[in-house]
Design a protein around this ligand. Structure first.
Ligand code: BG6
Length: 517
């Protein structure tokens, strides 16, 4: 190999990626003309460039079925930066990235197109005079995941370089299957070509700052963890609410629904991080081992109509933030026979030493009153004899609310004496707001995730057994709903907090959903 590095030949690249040391990388994005590439991936790459976190030698190849000229693809990416980047266009930095962007047209099951892709990558390496790690980003509909993986394998691109050992990696967007069986099949197909450490399954919730902060809040402080168990906690409520409807994604969404789209992955990750045991270290496998363990400890759900653990709903027309909006069935691309849920809530029982008897209530829905994702830890009330005479002296349950979005922060609700000559109490809030303390321009989830994948840190990615454990829990629910059809599908008005039936899940245990915000 030529000892002269690209940094020596191009002094402006000096210093790029010093911080976390990503090796020379070529990223291939499958599904390059899609929405995610423009909205998230390329803006994230550009922002990593601004922060000096891209490797000195960085190439991006867009792969898609549509024939597009290199320069036309670059122009599409220019527009993407203009429209979606977190920070404004910096021409000098963008130009450094842009000059190494190209496009490769081909079908996903077209072996010859993968062969020519491999040749293209070889040529880039020859021109640079060094090996590069290859990162394959699969951002396509799931129907073509398997052919893509297979073709990467048969064209020899999944192999690490013999001498430099520079790896080949695959990043996969959800959905990882539609149920337990298909998730297992997909994992087998992936693991037939890539070893598990080469695989990065994305759940973008893990890239969110507040979600990462959950580990710091729990294990970087000594005041919470001693209380984090069934002795002190009454219940946990996790809400991932969206005010948006399905928009133009009806075609996809109707084949998915809230359980597959949000609960099986994002919400379950929040459960795992909230409930897991302290890992022995912060290395990826230790953290992922603990997450799998706790997901496996969740008991099978009771699916009975009466007293069961799950509720599903579908929004009808209503008012969101004062504006009238249509119902799910009126949205574009929804078949008249649809029985897809746009809301799901569950009561989980985690049967382990720490959590036995503490219900975890989780819910996620579209077209809810407002966008709010939070984890609320509700503590047990103090013994009531001192402040509980009549209404005046009632104390509220202490609650710690980790707000994931949109007002990122942590709030602790506690009771305080109202100033005055009588002893009257009132719940008060202690707030920590990210934006106040750290400013509001924090990195987007995809910036962190792409960087982590480049430097080989898989902590924030989902391991194969983790996704299977989560599917194992929800697959019986999906099957049950399929058998029931529309029976049991509750309606809720857009702009509300979901179907009334979801209150029952909590009432039965003398709890009540927190009203977010
Ligand atoms: C995606 C779902 O994974 O997450 C979408 O497919 C959902 O339906 C989105 O809207 C929510 O992400 P965020 O980051 O806006 O909460």
């Amino acid at each position: 190999m030529n000892p002269e590095s690209n940094e020596e030949r191009h002094p402006f690249l000096k210093g790029l990626s010093k911080h976390r040391g990503a090796p020379p990388t070529v990223v291939v994005i499958f599904g390059a003309s899609g929405d995610l590439t423009a909205r998230k991936l390329v803006p994230a790459i550009f922002n990593l460039g601004i922060d000096n976190l891209l490797p000195g030698e960085f190439h991006l190849i867009g792969y898609g079925r549509k024939p597009i000229e290199d320069e036309a693809f670059r122009e599409m990416m220019d527009a993407a930066i203009e429209e979606f980047s977190r920070r404004p266009l910096n021409k000098e930095i963008w130009e450094r990235v842009r000059q190494n962007i190209s496009y490769h047209a081909g079908g996903y099951d077209e072996a010859a197109a993968f062969e020519s892709l491999a040749e293209k990558i070889n040529r880039i390496e020859q021109d640079l005079g060094r090996d590069m790690q290859r990162m394959f980003y699969v951002s396509t509909p799931p129907s073509v995941f398997e052919p893509i993986i297979k073709n990467i394998g048969s064209s020899g691109m999944a192999q690490a370089h013999v001498h430099t050992k520079l790896a080949s990696k695959v990043i996969i967007e959800k959905p990882f299957g539609r149920d337990l069986e298909s998730a297992r099949e997909l994992n087998q197909a992936i693991n037939g070509v890539f070893e598990e450490p080469q695989v990065y399954r994305i759940d973008h919730y893990l890239g969110k700052e507040t979600v990462q902060d959950l580990l710091v809040q729990r294990f970087g402080n000594s005041i919470f963890e001693p209380l984090w168990n069934r002795e002190y906690i009454d219940c946990v409520q996790i809400t991932v609410a969206e005010s948006l409807g399905v928009g133009s994604r009806g075609g996809y969404y109707d084949t998915s629904g809230a359980l597959r789209d949000m609960i099986q992955n994002h919400t379950m990750q929040l459960v795992a991080l909230t409930a897991m045991e302290p890992p022995v270290s912060l290395d990826p496998e230790s953290i992922r081992d603990e997450k799998v363990k706790v997901i496996k400890a969740i008991q099978p759900l009771n699916l009975k109509a009466e007293g069961g653990d799950v509720v599903r709903g579908r929004y009808t027309k209503g008012l969101v933030k004062g504006e009238p909006v249509e119902g799910y069935m009126e949205a574009e691309g929804i078949p008249a026979t649809s029985t897809t849920e746009t809301y799901a809530a569950m009561r989980l029982a985690i049967n382990n030493w720490r959590w036995q008897g503490v219900p975890f209530y989780i819910r996620s829905g579209k077209r809810m009153a407002r966008r709010a994702s939070e984890i609320a830890i509700q503590f047990k009330r103090p013994p009531g004899i001192l402040f509980s005479e009549g209404d005046k002296f009632n104390v509220a349950a202490n609650t710690m609310v980790i707000s994931i979005q949109p007002d990122e922060g942590v709030t602790i609700v506690m009771n305080s004496k109202i100033p005055g000559l009588e002893t009257r109490t009132q719940p008060v809030k202690m707030h920590f707001r990210y934006s106040t303390t750290f400013g509001s321009n924090t990195p987007e989830a995809y910036e962190r995730l792409i960087l982590d994948a480049m430097v080989g840190d898989s902590t924030l990615f989902i391991r194969g057994d983790e996704t299977e454990a989560s599917w194992k829990l929800v697959t019986p629910v999906l099957k049950h709903w399929e058998e029931c059809g529309a029976h049991g599908l509750q309606e809720y008005a857009a702009g509300s907090w979901g179907p009334l039936e979801s209150e029952r899940l909590l009432w039965e245990r003398k709890h009540q959903w927190r009203r977010s915000g």
